[in-house]
Design a binder for this molecule. Structure first.
Ligand code: UDP
Ligand code: MG
Length: 369
């Protein structure tokens, strides 16, 4: 599948009637980010007030932190930030649910509270938040999804650059559409967000879902910077799991490829059988220990590989069939300034109960005029 994404600059010329200032929520997943948090919070709050002054966003825009089960002082810092500024809210997950699930938790909350758009950004300010106003402008000009796309990957290590580009090439060759050089720095309008929340899968790979959401999708370019403070929360093992999720959540081609290899092997085995029978009847079957050993090892390797790939999918069926909640909310802070007590209650149910107001054709009771 191919993704056709306009750049925001290219589409800016066609802007006719702008949407009104955006009631924006900036969702920031944080896992053990005590070093990075203070600077991030200050920078985001400064940005919010700057955007409100420029008339891009409304004054009731918010920064929503999601503490993904941190074991350091992150949650305490969040609570302090909430008590200092009414623009800040925080959500605490009971345990480490992973980056993608933390993003989902924040976005589900934003959806319940009736924001116009949500921007997701990492806590380490590697993504250049100064392009968020461009994202909002693109939204005001009619975009539903605005991708932050890196111009270069200079700030990444050599290993990360090479492995990431090999991974994205592999994904594309397997037919999974993703936007190149895009991580999870993006804006989603309300419509795109509610579509995203319909995806009930537990093995989340948000980058793969985005192109499937449709609507008007544009991108803005930015330069990725080094981490502002602290260490990466994506060590090699987590990165590998993420990559495996990216492939196996979107395509069954690896299983098909194994089947094709299996068919080729059966065909080769048939040829080998005919050859050995001829040799046998010619009375020349004494040697061959080496080739026998090689075949045993090679075939066992292929079989194990096939079992591994199939096991990956069986594992996914297993986790999906359990229908566990994606995350369990442990506590909330600072949401009173959103919509009152009702929104607090809704946060306690990560899988929203059936919205009976929808079936009556009414607006959500949490909807903000
Ligand atoms: N993160 C998270 N849960 C995790 C791992 C990471 O919420 O289990 C957050 C982390 O705090 C950061 C973002 O996800 O805000 C991206 O992580 P990081 O910057 O460490 O990844 P990298 O940029 O090194 O790939
Ligand atoms: Mg980072």
């Amino acid at each position: 599948m191919k993704t056709d994404i306009d750049s925001h600059e290219a589409s800016a010329g066609s802007r006719q009637s702008l949407r009104p200032p955006c009631r924006l929520a900036i969702v920031v997943p944080c896992y053990n980010e005590e070093e990075a948090f203070p600077l991030t919070n200050d920078s985001l709050l400064t940005l919010l007030s700057m955007m409100a002054e420029r008339g891009l966003t409304s004054r009731d825009s918010r920064v929503v932190y999601v503490d993904d089960g941190s074991r350091d002082a992150t949650w305490r810092l969040m609570e302090a930030a909430v008590s200092r500024s009414p623009e800040v809210a925080a959500l605490r997950l009971a345990c480490n649910a992973g980056h993608q699930n933390a993003l989902m938790a924040g976005m589900a909350l934003v959806d319940d509270c009736g924001f116009d758009a949500v921007v997701t950004v990492d806590a380490d300010l590697q993504d250049d938040i100064s392009v968020i106003p461009d994202m909002v402008e693109a939204w005001r000009a009619g975009a539903d999804v605005v991708y932050g796309v890196r111009r270069r990957r200079d700030s990444d290590s050599w290993f990360k650059r090479v492995s990431a580009s090999a991974f994205y090439r592999l994904l594309h060759s397997l037919g999974v559409a993703t936007v190149g050089n895009h991580s999870d720095f993006r804006l989603l309008g309300r419509r795109a967000l509610s579509r995203l929340l319909q995806y009930g899968e537990r093995n989340l790979y948000l980058r793969g879902i985005m192109p499937l959401l449709g609507g008007r999708q544009v991108c803005v370019a930015y330069d990725r910077k080094p981490r502002s403070a602290g260490k990466t929360k994506y060590p090699f093992g987590k990165m590998l799991n993420f990559a495996i999720d990216g492939i196996t959540s979107f395509t069954v081609r690896p299983v098909r490829m194994i089947s094709i290899v299996g068919i080729i092997f059966v065909a080769v085995a048939l040829g080998v059988f005919i050859y050995t029978m001829i040799r046998h009847f010619q009375g020349e079957t004494i040697e061959g220990w080496t080739s026998l050993m090689l075949s045993i090892w090679f075939c066992s390797g292929i079989l194990l590989m096939a079992l591994g790939v199939i096991g990956e999918y069986v594992g996914k069926i297993y986790t999906e069939s359990k229908h566990r909640p994606r995350y369990v909310v442990d506590g909330v802070a600072g949401l009173e300034s959103f919509n009152g007590q009702e929104s607090l209650d809704s946060v306690a149910h990560p899988q929203p109960a059936e919205k009976d107001w929808e079936s009556r054709g009414e607006k959500s009771p949490l909807h903000h005029a």
